[in-house]
Write a protein that binds this ligand. Structure first.
Ligand code: ACO
Ligand code: KIV
Length: 567
């Protein structure tokens, strides 16, 4: 790559080793969730949400169970302001939900923010200013002390306006661009803000440490969080919040490790919408907890519906591979995965009380409103008999013998391979019907009559090459007699007949389904299936289907198909 020398690591490790978080294996309880969809998510949309869209989105967040929701930057635009006023004036904020608003550290903006909050019972007022080396040098062109002044003066302004506004206000401070800030300085500026606010047990303060831009591997962010958590003044009266973005694709890992390191609260968005590569995705974080048996305290029991609303309102798309929510994430195409999943389901039926451990599926799709059928098993040239047989059984009720599943599996894969496409269930069904069921050429079954003396004796009426004829055979059973008649009169040979049957309900009617496998002289197995309301007819049809398939695949097929004559 050219120009690599242009880049260097633009993050700062803590001055002391801060890696106690490494000794923790998992997260044992849900953090406090704060949705920032309507602020950080909204400010990153090509077209920000309208008032009506924001109201619908807000209601969805409430229904999911968020207790803290950043509703916007009320000083930013008329829509933002009106939205907040509508929530307050129309009494749309449930008692157990706290709204949060963001403001820069500028007098007129803070003033307007408090105006927008008039009549709210309670709110988090979130103050931020950038503290990173890059922003100090390039954007603000200010010394560290001048940057501290911006934060401290903003903190004081929050106190001033809160004192003259009715309502219960919690203060939050973010050293924006925390991850590009020297850790001692980040700690210092947070402590200086805390000195202004003087948090108490009754009046806690939120310190939010954003990975505004993610610059490092997740363990660095975790260490930065642990360092601040360990050295922050008033720690027991501070709620330590984290706010990861996803620039390096590690938003989830950043959040999870930061929780181990002391993060108690998480700001993120549904499906990770947000600036650039997005904010951390709360759906994934919550369902990761769920998959470990920890109640995430958010309701994601109907992900398809949430996804539909999210896509409609934001005009963003959830990627097919998005954890838990993506269209394809509970789908297996490849043979060995399908085989393991179908066996896993079967094992689960027999071991109901075991925890979920179906191979390849981290959670039961049903728990988030997803389906198994047609969703999990999809068929292409990478698929195998397990998945193909499962699909035919689940969707159409055909429970093929194991060896026939294999034979059918190869037939289906071949079609998919040659057509270079995924096959839909109805196409798979058609391949089955055309390839195995009631096959009538070159030898057609018309009827039979049986008599039983010592042995079964059958008179079989068949048609070959437009010629109808009766043939007879004897055997130990009816099928044996028919099989002998056909072998003798058609001059064909097969052995090792295997048989399976089951009933199939179609509407109010019941059909008998029979499967027969026979081996030709070279030991190759050929399969047929018969479907008929009568069980005997269904087994005869299965035998004819298997024989016809054998004849067609052998060299003699042309003979029988065109100029076959009876012996
Ligand atoms: C990481 C984040 O997501 S932070 C949140 C970002 N979100 C947004 O900015 C969306 C909403 N913002 C807006 O609509 C507008 O920026 C407004 C209304 C807040 C302010 O608008 P304006 O004053 O016209 O412009 P702008 O934001 O560009 O202001 C830049 C000025 O504010 C200063 N500034 C920027 N952030 C801050 C801050 N947090 N505290 C104090 N001053 C700040 C800049 O240094 C600059 O100062 P200068 O005029 O002396 O050069
Ligand atoms: C305002 C802050 C928390 C922010 O959105 C960020 O740093 O990404």
């Amino acid at each position: 790559m050219r120009n690599v020398e242009k880049y260097s690591r633009s993050y700062f490790m803590p001055p002391v080793t801060s890696m106690k978080w490494m000794e923790k294996e998992f997260i044992s309880e849900a953090p406090t969730w704060c949705s920032v969809d309507l602020r950080d998510g909204n400010q990153a949309l090509v077209v920000p949400l309208t008032l009506e869209e924001k109201l619908e989105y807000f209601q969805m967040l409430v229904d999911i169970g968020f207790k803290e929701i950043e509703v916007g930057f009320p000083a930013a635009s008329e829509t933002e302001y009106t939205f907040l006023r509508t929530l307050i004036e129309e009494n749309l904020i449930p008692d157990d939900v706290t709204i949060q608003v963001l403001t820069q550290s500028r007098d007129h903006i803070i003033k307007k923010t408090f105006e927008s909050l008039k009549g709210a019972n309670k709110a988090v007022v979130h103050l931020y200013n950038s503290t990173s080396l890059a922003q100090r040098e390039q954007v603000f062109r200010k010394s560290k002390e001048e940057i501290v002044d911006i934060a401290v003066s903003g903190a004081k302004l929050l106190q001033k306006y809160a004192a003259s506004t009715e309502g219960n206000f919690t203060f939050q401070y973010s050293p924006e661009s925390f991850t590009g800030t020297e850790m001692e300085f980040a700690l210092d500026i947070c402590n200086r803000v805390l000195d202004v606010w003087q948090p108490t047990a009754e009046n806690k303060v939120i310190i939010n440490l954003p990975a505004t831009v993610s610059h490092s591997m997740p363990h660095v962010y975790a260490s930065q969080i642990e360092f601040v958590s360990d050295h922050l003044n008033y720690r027991e009266n501070v709620i330590l919040s984290i706010h990861p973005h996803n620039d390096r694709g590690s938003g989830i890992a950043d959040a999870e490790l930061a929780m181990l390191a002391g993060g108690q609260r998480i700001e993120g968005t549904l499906f990770g919408n947000g600036e650039r590569t997005g904010n951390v995705d709360i759906v994934t974080l919550a369902l990761n907890l769920f998959s470990h048996g920890v109640d995430p305290q958010l309701k994601f029991g109907n992900i398809p519906e949430i996804k539909e609303t999210y896509e409609r309102l934001t005009k963003m798309k959830v990627h097919e591979r998005h954890p838990y929510a993506g269209k394809l994430v509970f789908t297996a195409f490849s043979g060995s995965h399908q085989d393991a999943i179908t066996k896993g389901f079967k094992w689960r039926e027999e071991n109901e009380n075991e925890p979920w451990k179906v191979p390849y599926l981290v959670i039961d799709p049903k728990d988030i409103g997803r389906e198994y059928e047609g969703d999990i098993i999809r068929i292409n040239s990478q698929s195998g008999k397990g998945g193909i047989g499962y699909l035919l059984e689940q969707q159409y009720g055909y429970d093929l013998p194991p060896k026939m599943r294999e034979n059918f599996g190869y037939k289906v894969k071949n079609v998919s391979d040659h057509q270079n496409k995924e096959l839909m269930p109805d196409e798979i069904y058609n391949i089955f019907i055309e390839g195995y069921v009631n096959i009538q050429t070159p030898v057609e079954f018309i009827s039979y009559e049986n008599t039983k003396e010592d042995q079964f004796r059958t008179i079989l009426t068949i048609q070959v090459n437009n010629e109808i004829m009766d043939i007879t055979g004897v055997g130990n059973g009816r099928l044996d007699a028919i099989s002998n008649a056909l072998q003798t009169k058609l001059g064909i040979h097969f052995s090792d007949l295997v048989y399976k049957e089951h009933a199939q309900e179609i509407g109010s009617r019941s059909q008998a389904v029979s499967y027969i496998g026979i081996k030709d002289e070279n030991g190759v197995q050929h399969w047929g299936c018969g479907i008929d309301p009568d069980i005997m007819n269904s087994s005869i049809r299965a035998l004819f289907s298997a024989i016809n398939n054998m004849v067609k695949s052998s060299k003699s097929s042309r003979q029988i198909g065109s100029s076959y004559s009876m012996k």
